[in-house]
Design a protein around this ligand. Structure first.
Ligand SMILES: [Zn+2]
Length: 374
């Protein structure tokens, strides 16, 4: 009997909606929540286990199943659960994938099943009201200490501001929603809720690093920033569909890590720098948590004269790391070196992805800005 019940559960996995994790989309889930009636991956099952008043999980292959549990799973499944628990997800709300950080996946699961925010839209106010204020821990530029700062997001003014004193009249910084990006960077920031917020000032990227102890608060801020970007873009591009705008709300980096670089004369010797590939911007920093980049390089497309080459010119000297990359732009060559072969391959792949993609009209304008920089 037990064997037959397990066979019945395994057969349910063959149904169309059940081939991927109900929460992160990972293929071949082999865990199930028998109180919610969904099939999930091992990683998401660990999050479900932390909310036992809502979800109880079992391994499809290893645990024994009761008839009533099998029947419930058969009547539910991922497609039915999705139609219920995700019936009113706002278009701007970030849906995490298997590669996203624990915080994003956990808050998505809690928002869906525990708080039921997508079946009760009135619970979405923290990120859909168009205005949000509160305190976040912000990393100080000089000493690296995190200090409590008041942040205000206002869609009406099109800006995110922060204040050094809660009673201050003038904000310390005003970041325009037009040029804002936010991406979770827990490892780099050293906090599981660490969020990197970037904006452009005089066409240069500025970074701030923040976190909130409460995971829901932090993810609400993230989705409030995405909502503000969404509404800004809806006005800026009136004909665009939601599907066109949603990928533009926030960007994760294509690649990050240390490489060695040499200066424009290529005789200065190589220096270790932290590199970030943000779409077509390749930025380098002395420290990964610097407020602004030492330099930014625009990476255009092959048609406009950009190439990425494996290795360094034979005469190159002064690098300590063995795995070279040469980036050719219309202006100059950039010589880089990676510590390991796998890092070099990952960087080559990220750079080539961008070079292989034809440039959009607005990207020519960005490129022109870079050419005029000193
Ligand atoms: Zn999952």
């Amino acid at each position: 009997m037990a064997k037959e019940r397990r066979k019945a559960v395994l057969e349910l996995l063959q149904r169309p909606g059940n081939a991927r994790c109900a929460d992160c989309g990972a293929p071949d889930p082999d865990w199930a929540s028998y109180t919610l009636g969904v099939f999930i991956c091992l990683s998401c099952s660990g999050i479900h286990r932390n909310i036992p008043h809502v979800s109880k999980v079992k391994s499809v292959r290893l645990d024994s199943w009761e008839d009533v549990q099998v029947e419930f799973l058969a009547s539910r499944g991922n497609a039915v659960a999705r139609a219920t628990f995700e019936s009113q997800v706002p278009p701007f709300y970030y849906r995490p994938s298997a590669s996203d950080c624990q915080l994003l996946r956990e808050q998505w699961i809690r928002a869906k099943y525990e708080r039921q925010e997508f079946t009760h839209p009135e619970r979405q106010e923290p990120y859909s009201a168009g205005y949000r204020e509160g305190f976040l821990w912000k990393r100080g530029r000089d000493n690296g200490q995190f200090l409590s700062r008041k942040f205000v997001l206002t869609e009406r003014e099109g800006a995110l501001k922060y204040f050094n004193r809660s009673d201050a009249k003038e904000p310390k910084a005003v970041m325009k929603i037009e040029h804002l990006n936010a991406t979770f960077q827990p490892a780099k920031i050293g906090h599981p809720h660490g969020l990197q917020v970037t904006h452009l000032k005089d066409n240069s990227t500025r970074n701030i690093f923040v976190y909130h102890e409460d995971g829901k608060e932090m993810v609400d801020w993230f989705n409030a920033l995405r909502a503000a970007r969404f509404h800004y873009l809806q006005v800026a591009f009136p004909g665009a569909s939601d599907a066109d705008l949603v990928p533009k709300l926030s960007r994760n980096y294509l690649q990050e890590g240390y490489m060695e670089k040499t200066g424009p004369k290529q005789t200065e010797g190589f220096r270790k720098r932290w590199f970030t590939m943000d779409d077509r911007r390749l930025m380098y920093f002395k420290d990964p948590l610097d407020a602004f980049a030492r330099g930014e390089v625009f990476i255009g497309s092959r048609e406009s004269g950009y190439t990425v080459l494996d290795g360094l010119p034979p005469s190159t000297q002064g690098h300590h790391w063995p795995h070279g990359i040469t980036i050719v732009t219309p202006e100059r060559r950039f010589l880089l070196a990676c510590e390991t072969e796998s890092e070099q391959r990952a960087w080559m792949e990220a750079l080539r992805k961008v070079v292989d993609r034809p440039m959009l009209p607005q990207e020519y304008a960005v490129e022109a800005h870079f050419k005029h920089k000193p």
